[in-house]
Design a protein around this ligand. Structure first.
Ligand SMILES: [Zn+2]
Length: 757
């Protein structure tokens, strides 16, 4: 029976998905010797995956199908990331759109957790369906989630090991904090926004002298915290001022002008003399702690000042500060404006800095340096990185990695498994919901005096802040009084050894380094550098053999696509309109360079045309059998060296991760088959049919990793095939030699029909 005139991808997808159900379980049992193991970098289960995520799925599927055809047992472990803060933000945005006005801290923790959990559950299903729809040959029976029971135990064990190794500490540190979302934020979670702001000159008196020196700032409300001004000794404009002591016009306390250890070029970029804001600017804070300059905690949790102007917001007091200074005779004047930056959280709130106790991972402990171990492993083991020049960046990043602040104030995450011993209730601040679901906060001793019991507080506990000398333990002793830590791990920490944890549920034999990790280059620092560091720490070896950093598919505005940024191209729309094969092949076709790219529909149309041509050839194939040219099952003399050479070429490109090149080579070969079909149409029934039949089947095998559904569907349509194309073997470089005799019946009728194709 001749195929339908038009290829229907929706029909093909339905048929093929039925054929493939249970495929992965089957194949693993069949291959024992060679294994190709890898995992999907878990997408955040906070919304449908977008077209950028589909790139990663497509590339890994190409690898899986190729290695399977090469006789490997393939294990491709799917995973989903709970996403921590990012998921919480996405969830909240959805709630806002539904008219919900409550902020995260207005929910009891368990209620919020349950809400986010069902939100994630819904998206887990969506993502699973999307990956299935893309035709991925992924092993669903191994599906993992970064909050599943195995993962929770693994993350907690890793933390406990770090505690035992003395790598975890709790210290004050300046962190970025969103007073609205009530959470600390990592640097990379912050969005910089530039804005024009007035620049003020503040004239300061030199101590015991009638002379003055002008300091310049955009934030006069922070003058009270200024104790130092840095001047580079080689900065001829100001060097003579080193050693001078000014009088702080707000506090009347001294401001020392001290020699700076910063680069001269940094100072030369400053037009004026600027104060060191070590108590609220992170860059200055880090300078201060390295140079023994005292930094003070000047903010309350709600973003207002805790000192000098307690309870007031910085921007609100600005005019008051200027006015008061002017009243007391200090010259304060606006001298133009400059561009400054503010840091915002993902929800668009302005953040501020807090100096608070937080949990840290020491990455360079003198007894056990995680950094050193990682660098040594990178030097000794052979890790192949594509593109190779990214290795340098990876090494440099590990070399300068700072201690890692690993705690977040999110509900949605893995709780830090620590308990504080309550030896002095004064040292604790708690936030909790009482029996009437009212949010209460305050010092623990005062709340206990008000009649709340510790059990009341723990039952509705939302957050704990413990002072520095509070004792903490991993497992509380029976009979003692403890408060659990309420912070959760930074999701990059709890999933930071995912390349190890992801195989924890497999047989010991399969718990080995991944063969290849496919990941966007934007995750080099956040993910790969940390995976290497933690993987080496836990297992003593690199957690993967090859890393392929793929370019990023950008949104139309040139920005990175992300669910939380809301600028992603809808994958489902493409699959619905063009089918999975066209969508994935069109994305892969963009990878001709390693540059980030904006998705172009041009590749979609080209792939559509290609599939139409392929479908026509399927029609030719079927007609040959319909008219018994050649008779089925008859061996033939075929020149298949070209298709075998092409297969060899394509295999080499896939192994080297030249995915677009491999796909293009395969697609280009279609013209060879079209030529053979043309020869048949032109009347060559002696050799052309047998060559065509043999080559076409081999061709489908090579094309299969790139367009798995259409190739499987066509393979099933061919009258002389059995089994699945997904189980077929990659063509070998051999010559067919057996003779065949073609039947010559019905030639003229066939020729007429073929001409109409
Ligand atoms: Zn916020």
């Amino acid at each position: 029976m001749k195929n339908a005139d038009q290829y229907r991808f929706d029909e093909a997808e339905a048929v093929v998905s039925g054929l493939w159900s249970g495929l992965s379980q089957h194949t693993e049992q069949n291959h024992k010797n060679k294994k190709f193991t890898h995992f999907l970098i878990p997408p955040n289960a906070s919304g449908p995956i977008h077209i950028g995520n589909a790139l990663m799925v497509a590339l890994q599927d190409i690898l899986t199908r190729y290695y399977h055809a090469q006789g490997f047992a393939t294990i491709w472990v799917p995973g989903l990331d709970h996403g921590g803060y990012e998921t919480q933000v996405t969830y909240e945005r959805e709630q806002e759109q539904k008219g919900e006005t409550r902020l995260r801290h207005e929910y009891p923790s368990d209620e919020l957790y349950t809400n986010i959990e069902s939100f994630v559950e819904k998206h887990k299903e969506t993502i699973t369906r999307q990956i299935e729809r893309l035709g991925a040959r992924i092993d669903w029976q191994h599906l993992r989630h970064t909050l599943d029971d195995v993962a929770l135990v693994s993350a907690q064990k890793m933390f406990e090991k770090m505690v035992e190794d003395g790598l975890i500490y709790r210290e004050p540190y300046m962190v970025h904090y969103c007073p609205h979302c009530e959470t600390m934020l990592a640097d990379i979670e912050l969005k910089q926004v530039e804005f024009e702001t007035p620049l003020y000159e503040i004239v300061c008196q030199i101590q015991n002298s009638p002379e003055t020196v002008s300091l310049y700032t955009t934030e006069p409300e922070f003058m009270f915290s200024v104790t130092h001004v840095l001047v580079h000794p080689e900065d001829t404009r100001f060097a003579q001022l080193i050693g001078t002591v000014l009088v702080n016009p707000v506090t009347q306390k001294p401001i020392e002008i001290v020699p700076s250890a910063r680069k001269l070029s940094w100072h030369q970029e400053q037009e004026h003399l600027v104060p060191l804001f070590q108590s609220h600017v992170r860059y200055d804070y880090e300078y201060a702690i390295r140079h023994d300059i005292l930094a003070r905690d000047i903010f309350a949790w709600d973003g207002t000042f805790s000192v000098q102007y307690p309870g007031q917001e910085p921007t609100v007091v600005r005019q008051e500060v200027i006015h008061t200074l002017q009243q007391s005779g200090v010259v304060v004047q606006q001298v133009g404006s400059v561009t400054d930056t503010h840091l915002y959280c993902k929800k668009g709130h302005k953040t501020n800095t807090l100096i608070r106790l937080s949990w840290f991972l020491n990455v360079d402990d003198e007894r056990m340096s995680l950094r050193q171990k990682a660098l040594e492993a990178l030097q000794n083991d052979s890790l192949t990185i594509t593109p190779s020049w990214r290795k340098k960046g990876l090494v440099q990043w590990i070399e300068k990695m700072h201690d890692w602040p690993i705690a977040r104030q999110n509900v949605w995450g893995v709780r830090i498994p620590v308990w504080y011993k309550i030896d002095d209730p004064q040292k604790f601040v708690v936030w909790f919901f009482n029996a009437n679901k009212e949010r209460i906060s305050g010092r623990l001793d005062e709340l206990l005096e008000q009649g709340y019991t510790l059990d009341n507080i723990i039952a509705g506990l939302q957050r704990v802040y413990a002072e520095s000398d509070c004792m903490w333990v991993l497992s509380p002793e029976t009979g003692g009084q403890y408060l659990p830590e309420t912070d959760t791990f930074d999701t990059w920490f709890s999933s930071g050894a995912w390349s190890v944890f992801v195989y924890d549920h497999l047989a010991k034999d399969d718990q080995k380094p991944s063969d290849t990790v496919v990941i966007g280059h934007d995750l080099l620092r956040l993910c790969i550098a940390r995976e290497i560091m933690l993987g080496v720490y836990l297992t003593g070896r690199l957690p993967f053999k090859k890393v392929y950093f793929h370019p990023l598919l950008q949104a139309a505005d040139g920005q990175k696509m992300s669910k939380s940024a809301g600028n992603a191209i809808d994958l489902n729309a493409y699959i619905e309109k063009y089918g999975a094969d066209v969508t994935r092949a069109a994305i892969v076709a963009h990878l001709t360079t390693m540059d980030d790219f904006v998705f172009s529909d041009e590749h979609v149309y080209q792939t559509q045309k290609f599939i139409e041509a392929l479908w026509d050839l399927c029609g030719v194939y079927q007609l040959l059998f319909e008219y018994n040219v050649p008779p089925a099952n008859q061996k033939c003399d075929v020149d298949n060296t070209k298709v075998a050479a092409m297969a060899w070429d394509v295999g080499g490109s896939i192994r080297k991760h030249y995915f677009a090149q491999a796909q293009a080579t395969t697609q280009k070969f279609l013209t060879q088959l079209q030529t053979q079909a043309q020869a048949i149409i032109n009347g060559d029934f002696e050799h052309a049919p047998s060559a065509f039949i043999d080559n076409f089947k081999k061709y489908l095998t090579v094309l299969h990793p790139f367009m798995p559904i259409v190739t499987e569907y066509i393979y099933q349509e061919l009258p002389d095939t059995t089994g699945l194309l997904a189980q077929a073997t990659w063509p070998k470089r051999t010559h067919a030699s057996k003779k065949r005799a073609a039947r010559k019946d019905d030639k003229s009728a066939l020729r007429d029909i073929l001409k109409q194709l």
